[in-house]
Design a protein around this ligand. Structure first.
Ligand code: G6Q
Length: 546
């Protein structure tokens, strides 16, 4: 895989060179022209699979673009890479690990081998254990140390051990058991913990310490603070820990040394990357919130999209199309970012979740064999739920100087039907995508009787590309499909760019650097000035003011 992809650099590939020429030819062509030439475009450039509908007609592409992008997918060996992932090959080269989040949602009976061992039975054993525990907490059978039932569940974790659980809890709140409170503590800033527990009683509170490694500074600091907080309220008896703390980790040794009974540990495996772990035991808070049946429906949604990605021809493959389109804009239109715009309040944390998924995965500047790339890799993903964004940053997308491809995500039905709200919400999706694509010409502005000096200010150039993604309504199944859609979009991008989408050395660096400076902030005597002059004086200043 590695040699095949690196023997010819991406920019020397036939399809890449053809795409460069082709982009020069059609790059300036307006979406108005594309639509005028092909009245059926709005129906033709759509795809519906697994209940997810994609309208990609408002992209600056034609049939030749698609043909070349699909050729690029073939030339870069995307098919072989997909097969390698699903087979359990160690495609995370720099960490020598398999990448098998798809095994987390494989149905019982499917076989996926890692080092010759079928991992699917172990996945289901953990799911069953989670289910037993979740049922006890939800029913009140699981009691705190003083015999009270649990009312509050606090997930302590960061990065991949936080963003997925928070996003899923918010996305599926409608399905949650409302007499349980859920809180999420991630930041090492003590305010995060203090505010999360300020109105809670320890004897009704269960902490889920979610950390793959069980060594992450923020999580372990928060977990120890939580331990002290709980013990102070529960009379200092260490036996209380077993009733109020459970662990989600791959590191049984560290879990035991924290004082958590490993009976109350929910495991996963090194072939699950943090940002791909919300459907593993890391999703325990989700399962407690929405119940085991809904959690299994979430997994079924993931699996349906996995199967679609694995088997559908690329021309009819949702993640492949989305991935190829983002490669097209990143390289040939110099697009720096992608805006994720969910028109669904329950998805308010979805853009934040995708930030990690996309940018930690594809924020890489060397190929798998260590060669510095001579093309653009992962764009910046960002966004806010609609319609709020319209009253803030959409201005720049409409009339600024940068090209920002947008993904609009909407639903046919709302879970909270009240009056005309939902029609109004969806009218905004369609109106924004239309306005971005077609804009408003000077003639149209003049025809409205606008004074000549105002005309340039009121012209919308248009030609801003977007995708519109639609589904029935937000549900566990649909959320699983949406997350998997983006996971595999990221995979597609990474395969084209020939990078390791599954390591995160940039995160590891930060984990090491702060530890050294912490000692210097806390030492009784002034530390030696061992950094650059800026860092030295910032440390000195903090020491003298703290
Ligand atoms: C995700 C990253 C990172 C990780 C956190 C938490 O892919 O690896 O965000 O999830 O650093 O790590 P632990 O779960 O080990 O505490």
């Amino acid at each position: 895989m590695q040699s095949e992809a690196s023997s010819t650099g991406l920019t020397s590939r036939t399809a890449w060179k053809a795409l460069r020429q082709h982009s020069a030819a059609i790059g300036g062509k307006h979406l108005r022209e594309f639509f005028a030439e092909d009245p059926g475009r709005g129906e033709r450039y759509t795809l519906e699979r697994e209940g997810i509908f994609l309208d990609y007609s408002k992209n600056r592409i034609d049939d030749q673009t698609l043909r070349l992008l699909l050729q690029l997918a073939d030339e870069t060996g995307l098919r072989a890479r997909i097969d390698a992932m699903f087979r359990g090959d160690k495609i995370n080269l720099t960490e020598n690990r398999a990448v098998l989040h798809v095994a987390l949602r494989a149905p019982k009976g499917q076989q996926i081998l890692v080092d010759g061992e079928d991992v699917v039975p172990a996945v289901h054993a953990v799911l069953d254990k989670m289910e037993g525990f979740a049922r006890k907490v939800r029913s009140g059978l699981w009691k705190g140390f003083t015999g009270k039932r649990i009312r509050n569940v606090v997930n302590i974790g960061i990065g991949g051990s936080d963003l997925g659980p928070v996003m899923a809890y918010e996305a599926l709140k409608h399905y949650s058991q409302r007499d349980l409170n859920f809180r999420f503590v991630s930041n090492v800033d003590s305010t995060d913990f203090a505010e999360a527990v300020q109105d809670l009683d320890a004897d009704e509170t269960l902490f889920l310490v979610a950390s793959k490694t069980f060594t992450t500074l923020e999580t372990m600091t928060n977990a120890h603070t939580a331990r002290a907080w709980a013990l102070a309220q529960l009379g200092g008896d260490e036996r209380a820990i077993a009733r109020h703390f459970v662990a989600i980790s791959t590191n049984a040794k560290e879990v035991a040394s924290f004082g958590i009974d490993t009976e109350n540990m929910f495991g996963f495996w090194d072939w699950v990357g943090g940002r791909y772990s919300m459907d593993s035991a890391i999703g325990l808070s989700t399962m407690i919130a929405i119940g085991p049946e809904n959690f299994r429906a979430l997994l079924a949604g993931f699996h349906a999209m996995d199967e679609h990605f694995r088997t559908a021809p690329f021309a009819e493959n949702l993640p492949v199309l989305l991935g190829l389109l983002s490669v097209w804009y990143a390289e040939f239109f110099d697009a720096q970012t992608v805006a994720i715009l969910p028109y669904e309040q329950y998805l308010k944390r979805f853009p934040a979740y995708l930030q990690q998924l996309t940018m930690e995965s594809n924020g890489k500047h060397v190929t798998l064999d260590g060669t510095t790339v001579d093309y653009q890799t992962g764009p910046i993903y960002w966004g806010e739920p609609g319609t709020n964004g319209q009253h803030s940053f959409y201005q720049l997308i409409h009339q600024g100087t940068r090209l920002i491809p947008c993904d609009f995500i909407g639903f046919y039905k709302t879970l909270n039907p009240i009056g005309r709200h939902h029609d109004m919400l969806m009218a905004n999706v369609f109106a924004q995508a239309e306005a971005l694509a077609f804009g408003k010409t000077a003639e149209q502005v003049r025809a409205e009787g606008t004074a000549e000096w105002l005309v340039p200010h009121r012209v919308f150039e248009g030609n801003r590309p977007s995708n519109v993604i639609l589904a029935e309504a937000i549900s566990p199944q649909v959320l699983g499909k949406l997350v998997a859609l983006y996971e595999h979009t990221v995979f597609t991008q990474g395969a084209i760019w020939n990078i390791d989408s599954f390591d995160q050395w940039g995160v590891e660096l930060g984990k090491v650097l702060a530890t050294r400076i912490l000692g210097e902030l806390e030492s009784a005597s002034a530390p030696a000035a061992s950094h650059d002059s800026s860092t030295n004086s910032l440390i000195a200043r903090y020491r003298s003011h703290k």
